[in-house]
Design a protein around this ligand. Structure first.
Ligand SMILES: C[S@@+](CC[C@H](N)C(=O)[O-])C[C@H]1O[C@@H](n2cnc3c(N)ncnc32)[C@H](O)[C@@H]1O
Length: 354
């Protein structure tokens, strides 16, 4: 999976076991991951047997969700992709927007890989047979590019010296398709939850602070859209990064967006992620969930901060200018709905790897 700040890799077993405990008590069959990002949680829920709706504002997220959530891996969808991936892997590189912007004006990827990304991206649109195939091929390209980048996992900056992995040749593989059912959406979560049919379980993992995912992962957005936008600054971000900001990234708007979401959501149980570095206060979240859902229980989890945050604070020349204040943060999983306390107790045997 791609490197993604806020990804719930380590919390996944806890989240899935909470959903399974809810199922055991209520017979729940449907789940919705409203801010799906890498789709990791949606994948876990699908593997567990839920019908999953995976939603996010980002175009790259929609591509990942089509591949991992919408495609039923037990069927024939995507059968033609292996041969097409072999063809894409064999393409010679060409100079294009990606190489110029992200390998020469900036240094996120080595130019020999950038040229292949330019060639492969153009060819995907030519050879993909429909949206599903296009998503599978794009997913493969995103995963392969992520493996040879020269960043700490954010696209706000690249490393001063090439990362060791950036010397490896880009190599596309067939993504592992998952058996089961679901759908992918790209909507503002606040708009979606007003229009969506009732679900049994909603997982809510919005951005915690001012750092915009659209800016942090602007290269993936550009690869998927293939729109060659004007770019600016050392990071060569998409011009629209100046304006596109989720309400959840703006301190003055985020609580209103969050509380509207919780009130509008038609879900029997909620599982909400939040951490102690975010805009919202713990007590305010508990009070809101109690008011809307009645019963609330909380699972606290301590875990290591994102790697970029542990290696020091640097200026644009790559010089260390500050020290990191702490290397762990506290993540909370709030469970809301009838029997929340019993659900947390049922699920509490599941260990969370660090
Ligand atoms: C904390 S991340 C989710 C990480 C995800 N749970 C995972 O494990 O990969 C928050 C996500 O919310 C998305 N997002 C931000 N504002 C949104 C909105 N208004 N509606 C839907 N998605 C939004 C971002 O694109 C980002 O992927």
């Amino acid at each position: 999976m791609i490197k993604y700040i806020g990804s719930k890799r380590t919390l996944l077993p806890r989240i899935v076991s909470l959903a399974e405990a809810i199922r055991e008590r209520t017979g729940a069959t449907t789940a919705c991951d409203l801010f799906t990002g890498t789709t990791r949680v949606a994948q876990g829920l699908k593997k567990s047997g839920f019908y999953v709706t995976a939603n996010d504002l980002a175009s790259y997220s929609e591509v990942l969700a089509r591949t991992y959530i919408e495609v039923d891996g037990r069927g024939a969808q995507g059968a033609g992709c292996s041969a097409k991936l072999a063809h894409l892997n064999a393409l010679p590189g060409v100079d294009g927007y990606f190489t110029r912007t992200f390998c020469e004006e900036a240094r996120y990827f080595q130019p020999f890989n950038g040229r292949r990304i330019d060639a492969i991206r153009a060819e995907i649109d030519r050879i993909a047979d429909g949206d599903v195939e296009r998503s599978i091929l794009l997913t493969s390209l995103l995963l392969a590019a992520d493996k040879v980048d020269s960043t700490t996992g954010l696209q706000m900056a690249y490393l001063k010296s090439w990362s060791p992995r950036s010397f490896n040749a880009l190599n596309l593989h067939m993504p592992e398709l998952i058996g089961g059912h679901g759908r992918a959406l790209r909507e503002d979560a606040n708009t979606l939850c007003g229009a969506m049919a009732r679900v049994d379980i909603a997982y809510v993992d919005p951005p915690y602070n001012q750092h915009s995912y659209h800016s942090n992962y602007h290269i993936w957005e550009t690869v998927v859209r293939n729109d060659a936008p004007e770019s600016y600054g050392i990071a060569r971000k998409r011009e629209d990064c100046r304006e596109v900001k989720s309400d959840f990234n703006v301190k003055g708007r985020s609580w209103d967006a969050f509380s509207r979401l919780i009130r509008d959501l038609r879900a029997t149980h909620l599982i909400v992620s939040f951490n102690n570095e975010g805009f919202f206060a713990y007590d305010d979240i508990v009070a809101l969930l109690e008011e809307v859902q009645g019963e609330v229980a909380v699972v606290p989890v301590e875990f290591r901060r994102y790697v970029g945050a542990t290696i020091g604070i640097h200026n644009l020349r790559g010089e260390k200018v500050g020290r990191v204040s702490h290397v762990t943060n506290r993540e909370f999983l709030f469970v809301a709905g009838a029997g929340a306390g019993a659900i947390v107790r049922m699920a509490s045997g599941v260990a969370c790897p660090s």
